[in-house]
Design a protein around this ligand. Structure first.
Ligand SMILES: Nc1nc2c(c(=O)[nH]1)N[C@H]1C(S)=C(S)[C@@H](COP(=O)(O)O)O[C@H]1N2
Ligand SMILES: [Mo]
Length: 302
């Protein structure tokens, strides 16, 4: 069980908090109090604790996070991944890191999750399409993993590659994108302490539709940079061409930092709709993580 490895969690307190936070979204007053009686399903809800990464916001519910997804390997509708991702087999699973490094290495997913202490991080995810969610991820910083393979001086960029298996991922039978899904970061972005490899959410193992068993989370960039179900990471000298850059170069740049001042060619990026809310809210520069990441781009025209 993943949750046993999450540090600093006191189950009694926070299970109650998680239930409360879930219910608070829908109910008020007396109804909310009555709802605090824990039903079996909610008792199974894993603990999660607000921490320094939460930004003070209430997380989206488990249902919202797992039923409104972009994962084109399982279809292009937001509800497709929840319906069809059961064909993905997240075990056994191997992650390989190769390219410009002294010690290329492969890990079995379970060996990997035991090798790095898991942290809970409540991050905002802003999709380029104009919606957002707040998600309590469970994972470990990518930096520690990359250090293990000892990148050489030629490692300037990092490429992330999703599984390519049309048997497990039926969407890959259609040429919607140039499969497998690929994304890239500059090495310093990949090494940034906010950049997370997620293996779970809400203290549970990652559901298939959210990118099991291992996905990237780069909270200050548009959601498509956060590649799911990764099998390979390559250290490279040139900026990788992502699947989206290849498909629609005019609309998807390499950096793709969340920026309310730069419109998408077909729509404004000034505001976003938080899933579960009615009114739109303003989009924040770097998705609200500017204090931590703006210096990565000093001198660059964003
Ligand atoms: N392999 C793969 N990774 C992917 C995608 C995809 O279609 N395939 N969609 C991206 C997009 S556009 C977003 S917004 C996020 C959505 O993550 P979530 O469904 O866990 O919220 O995953 C990203 N990672
Ligand atoms: Mo997205």
């Amino acid at each position: 069980m993943l949750i046993k490895q999450a540090p600093d969690i006191q189950p009694s307190e926070i299970t109650a908090e998680a239930v409360y936070r879930e219910r608070r979204r829908f109910l008020g007053g007396a109804a909310a109090l009555a709802a605090l009686a824990v039903t079996p399903a909610q008792a199974a809800l894993p603990p999660y604790k607000k921490n320094a990464y939460g930004g003070g916001e209430t997380a989206n519910t488990w249902d919202e996070i797992t039923h409104y997804n972009n994962f084109y390997e399982f279809g292009t509708d937001k509800t497709d991944p929840a319906k069809y991702a059961h064909s993905l087999k997240p075990r056994p699973w191997t992650l390989a890191i190769e390219g410009a490094c002294r010690k290329p290495k492969s890990w079995d997913i379970d060996v990997l999750t035991r090798a790095f202490p898991l942290e809970e991080r409540i991050y905002r995810l802003r999709c380029v399409e104009g919606w957002s969610m707040v998600i309590p991820w469970l994972g470990f910083p990518l930096a520690g993993l990359l250090k293990q393979v000892e990148p050489t001086g030629n490692a300037k960029y990092v490429e992330f590659i999703t599984l390519h298996d049309p048997q497990q991922m039926p969407g890959q039978r259609q040429a919607i994108l140039d499969w497998p899904y690929r994304e890239g970061l500059r090495l310093d972005e990949a090494m940034h302490p906010l950049t997370l490899m997620a293996v779970g959410l809400y203290g549970r193992e990652l559901p298939n539709q959210n990118g099991a068993p291992l996905r990237l989370v780069v909270p200050w960039k548009y959601g498509f940079k956060s590649a799911k179900s990764i099998v390979k990471i390559r250290l490279v000298e040139q900026p990788p061409i992502s699947s989206w850059m290849k498909a629609v170069p005019r609309e998807y740049g390499f950096y793709s930092n969340v920026n309310p001042e730069v419109d998408h060619p077909r729509w404004s990026q000034a505001r976003e709709r938080r899933i579960g809310e009615f009114l739109k809210r303003p989009t924040l520069m770097f998705n609200g993580y500017g204090e931590q990441v703006a210096q990565l781009y000093s001198g660059m025209d964003l």
